[in-house]
Design a protein around this ligand. Structure first.
Ligand code: MN
Length: 205
């Protein structure tokens, strides 16, 4: 196992913990998760609005920024741009990152829960651990969130500087082309607040 501190070097380098309330630590207990590993999706109103999709992998949160957020229609492919690993503790972060700091803007816990890796249908001998799936650039997981449920795939495409990932709902009983949770369920699953309420309450502090 790689040293957790090394994995978070990029995360820590980008932030001044005297100025931002984002977590620097690595504690990892979640009262809201009855199983591990966890996933969290944070709505982040930074220079442009996006959804940070994070998966617990080997002691950190592997992260992608999804500009349009996750869909429930299997025909919809959503761009997912990889970002630096975040500490596990970040899954509980909701608040405002101050002006001038990296990622300045409001963060909301938009969805959370636990996930399982899906094994290949062919029952083949390939290692289906999340680490191996990430290395292969083809991740299939089952989400158990409050808004999102069922299979999702993260697929790596392109090469070199053109590497990008796509987040796609798998075609299962939870797929629903009529749903659009990004617009119909905009509030925090942690506090029930809107982005505006989070921002205003942070200003009062
Ligand atoms: Mn972000």
């Amino acid at each position: 196992m790689t040293d957790k501190k090394d994995k978070l070097a990029q995360y820590k380098k980008k932030r001044d913990f005297r100025k931002t309330a984002e977590p620097a630590g690595e504690t990892a207990e979640f009262s809201w998760a009855d199983k591990r590993p966890i996933f969290v999706i944070q709505k982040h109103d930074a220079s442009s609005l996006h959804y940070d999709f994070r998966l617990e992998v080997d002691g950190v949160l592997k992260s992608w920024a999804v500009p349009k957020g996750p869909a429930t229609d299997p025909k919809t492919k959503r761009l997912a741009v990889p970002t630096e690993d975040h500490p596990l503790e970040y899954a509980d972060f909701e608040g405002v990152i101050p002006e001038g700091e990296y990622g300045a803007g409001t963060v909301m816990v938009w969805d959370r829960g636990n996930y399982e890796t899906l094994t290949k249908d062919d029952g083949g001998s390939e290692d289906d651990s999340i680490e191996k799936q990430l290395a292969r650039g083809r991740v299939t997981i089952q989400l158990h969130g409050e808004k999102l449920a069922g299979g999702y795939a993260l697929i790596r495409t392109g090469k070199g500087e053109d590497v990008r990932w796509l987040l796609i709902k798998m075609d299962d009983k939870n797929a629903d082309a009529r749903r659009n949770p990004v617009s119909s369920q905009p509030k925090s699953v942690k506090t029930g607040r809107t982005l505006n309420q989070i921002r205003k309450e942070a200003e009062k502090e």
